[in-house]
Design a protein around this ligand. Structure first.
Ligand code: HEM
Length: 149
């Protein structure tokens, strides 16, 4: 059980799953501001990508990726999920992750990088959990059911 190696992820993930049913609802008021607005989201995505690319469990999967595009799409996506005044112009999660054979462990590693980045940015814990709760339902479109590595 990969999660047992990352015990500090368990409360955040349990909360994220518990709240996942609310994901279609608008983000709670003030969430985007708690992340520092546009400048805060841009800084968070930068921190997040640095951690992702340093993580030897998953960085090979980003070797051929157009990183400036990924950066910009993540900024848009996080902004939208946080209730900010943005439009997501990228592909769907199903389309952009199809055929990548992404495993549960890959997904958990990425969540860990995001948690570390949010912690480094000083985002309040409840606000961190609110973003995770909005990303959690994307799991079904990203993790490949038969992937095992
Ligand atoms: C909640 C989790 C995730 C979110 C929110 C997310 C978000 C995104 C976004 C917004 C894009 C850009 C789509 C576009 O270019 O139109 C993308 C692309 C990509 N993601 Fe994810 N992702 C997640 C999980 C993962 C995981 C776990 C991996 C692998 C370890 C991964 C690998 C990739 C790769 C390789 C691309 C580029 C695909 C391409 O350019 O063809 N993603 N992701």
């Amino acid at each position: 059980m990969a999660l047992l190696r990352f015990p500090r992820l368990i409360p955040a993930l349990l909360l994220a799953v518990a709240l996942a049913g609310c994901a279609a609802a608008p983000a709670r008021p003030g969430l985007y501001e708690q992340f520092g607005g546009q400048a805060g989201v841009e800084a968070l995505v930068e921190e997040f990508l640095v951690r992702l690319l340093e993580d030897e469990r998953i960085n090979a999967q980003f070797a051929e990726v157009d990183l400036p595009n990924l950066n910009d799409r993540l900024v848009e996506q996080f902004c939208v999920e946080l209730g900010g005044p943005c439009t997501y112009t990228g592909r769907s999660m199903a389309e952009s992750h199809a055929g990548l054979a992404i495993t549960e462990a890959d997904f958990n590693a990425l969540v860990e990088a995001l948690l570390d980045a949010m912690q480094a940015r000083g985002i309040p814990r409840a606000a961190q959990n609110a973003l995770l709760a909005r990303l959690a339902p994307m799991h079904r479109d990203i993790v490949s059911p038969r992937a095992s590595r």
